[in-house]
Design a protein around this ligand. Structure first.
Ligand code: MLT
Length: 408
C-alpha cells in the first residue's frame, strides 16, 4: 500500500496564484470580448535586456563547439557567476563565493531549504506572507491543523504586519527556531529600516534562531537607510540565510536563475548540542538533489553585472517604479488608502469599508476587468487589503487606474 504524505491534506485549496489564474480563465472564457488587465501575480513584462541576450547567444554558440561544450556544471553554480555575485551584490560585506549557491529560483530555494530543518522546528512567519514559506512547512509537517475560524495553522507563529504597527513585525513572544522575513515585503510593499532589522538579528543571535531573509525585491529600494542585504547588519552572518533572484531584477521569471547565500559562520545544532555548518549541510543537499542551472542562463545572469547590463536593468526597474507611482497616486486620487510601491513593485491598498478582499477581487474583475491579488490570500491579517503589481506595462497601469476610478 502506498501511503501519502498526509501533511498535504492540511493545505488550504490550491496555491493562491493558481486559484486566481483559474478564476480569471473562467471569467475570460465567459466574457471573450473583455480585455483583462493582469496586475495579480508579480510577473515581469519587459523583455530580457540586450546585454544579457548577447551573453546568452554567445554561450549558446559556445556549447555548440567541441571546445566550448558543457556537460553537467557545478551544482552550486559556475565560479564566474558566484564570483560576480560576491563582488557586486556583496561588495564590502565579506561574502565569499563559496557561500553562494546558484539556483533556478528563490521560490524553489525558499521551498527546498526546509530539507535542512528539524521536523519539529517552530516556524515564525509574518502575516500576511508569501505563501511558499508557510505551505512548504505545512507539507513538511511543521504545522498543526488549519483553524478555519482564525485562518491560521496551529503550531505556526504569526507576526502581524499591518497599518496598526506600520507594517513592522514584532519579535516573537514565544520560542521559535526559524523566522522568515521578506523585505522589501511581498505582499505589502513595505520596508524595514536597518534599526528595525537589527532587532531581529540581535534576537536571533541571542536565541540561536535561524533567519531566512528573502530580499528578492532589493533592486527596487529607493529610500535611504533601508538594507539591501541582511548582511549589512552586524552579526547577521551568524544567523541568516539570504535569498535573492534575477527574476524581478533582470526579468528572469521565465529564464530562471537565483541564489542563496549560506555564510560559513552559520551553524545549526544537533539534539546533543553539536554545532553543524549550514553551508556544508546545504551543499550536501544541493549536490544530491540538483544539477545546477544551465551554462547559458548563468552566462546571462553574469551579464547582469556588466556595465551595459547594469544600465539596461536600471532602466527597467525605473519603468516598474514609475508604474508603481502611477498606481499608487491614482489609487490615492480615487480615495484609497495605499501602502508600499515606493521601494517595491507592490502596492497594498485597503479595500472599501465593509468589503472582503475576495469580494473586491470579484468586483474588480467583473466591473473593471482588472486582476489583483486578495490580501486575505496571504494570511488573515491581509483580510481587507488587496495587492496590485507594477510589473505590467505603463499603458496597462494607466488604463487599470482609469477603470478602477470609473467603478469606484
Ligand atoms: C508574487 O506575485 O507574489 C510573486 O510573483 C510570486 C513569486 O515570485 O513566486
Amino acid at each position: 500500500m502506498f501511503y501519502i504524505n498526509e501533511n498535504f491534506l492540511r493545505l488550504q485549496d490550491s496555491y493562491l496564484f493558481s486559484t486566481i489564474a483559474k478564476k480569471v480563465s473562467k471569467f475570460q472564457e465567459e466574457n471573450p470580448d473583455k480585455k483583462i488587465i493582469k496586475l495579480g501575480i508579480g510577473d515581469v513584462t519587459k523583455p530580457i535586456v540586450p546585454a544579457v541576450l548577447k551573453a546568452m547567444h554567445k554561450a549558446v554558440d559556445e556549447i555548440g563547439t567541441s571546445e566550448g561544450f558543457k556537460g553537467y556544471g557545478p551544482e552550486q553554480g559556475y565560479d564566474f557567476l558566484r564570483k560576480a555575485i560576491a563582488e557586486n551584490d556583496y561588495k564590502g560585506l565579506n561574502i565569499d563565493e563559496s557561500e553562494i549557491f546558484v539556483s533556478d529560483g528563490a521560490k524553489c530555494d525558499c521551498g527546498n531549504i526546509v530539507d535542512i530543518f528539524d521536523e519539529n522546528s517552530k516556524i515564525a512567519i509574518t502575516d500576511p506572507v508569501y505563501p511558499v514559506y508557510l505551505d512548504t512547512n505545512v507539507m513538511g509537517g511543521r504545522s498543526g491543523e488549519f483553524n478555519k475560524e482564525t485562518g491560521k495553522y496551529e503550531n505556526i507563529v504569526y507576526l502581524p504586519v499591518r497599518s496598526e504597527n506600520n507594517f513592522v513585525p514584532e519579535l516573537p513572544k514565544e520560542k521559535v527556531d526559524v523566522i522568515y522575513l521578506c523585505f522589501p515585503n511581498n505582499p505589502t510593499g513595505t520596508v524595514l529600516t536597518k534599526e528595525e532589522l537589527k532587532k531581529f538579528v540581535d534576537y536571533a543571535k541571542e536565541n540561536k534562531v535561524l533567519i531566512l531573509f528573502d530580499s528578492a525585491y532589493e533592486a527596487f529600494i529607493t529610500e535611504p537607510n533601508i538594507p539591501h542585504s541582511i548582511y549589512e547588519i552586524e552579526g547577521a552572518k551568524e544567523v541568516a540565510i539570504e535569498f535573492r533572484s534575477f527574476s524581478k531584477t533582470a526579468g528572469f521569471t521565465g529564464v530562471r536563475c537565483a541564489f542563496a547565500v549560506v555564510p560559513n559562520e552559520l551553524f545549526g545544532y544537533t539534539k546533543s548540542g553539536e554545532k553543524v555548518s549550514l553551508n556544508k549541510l546545504w551543499n550536501r543537499r544541493v549536490t544530491t538533489k540538483f544539477n545546477g542551472v544551465s551554462y547559458v542562463v548563468q552566462r546571462g545572469a553574469e551579464a547582469v553585472y556588466s556595465e551595459e547590463g547594469r544600465k539596461e536593468i536600471k532602466e527597467n526597474i525605473k519603468y516598474y517604479l514609475d508604474n508603481a507611482k502611477i498606481i499608487r497616486e491614482g489609487l490615492k486620487e480615487a480615495g484609497f488608502t495605499v501602502y508600499g510601491g515606493v521601494s517595491s513593485p507592490y502596492i497594498w491598498l485597503k479595500v472599501p469599508d465593509g468589503m472582503k478582499s475576495w469580494e473586491f477581487f470579484d468586483m474588480l474583475l467583473e466591473k473593471a476587468n482588472v486582476v489583483g491579488t486578495p490580501g486575505s490570500g496571504f494570511g488573515p491579517c491581509g483580510e481587507g487589503y488587496f495587492r496590485l503589481t507594477a510589473f505590467g506595462t505603463k499603458e496597462n497601469s494607466i488604463e487599470a487606474i482609469r477603470r478602477i476610478k470609473e467603478v469606484m
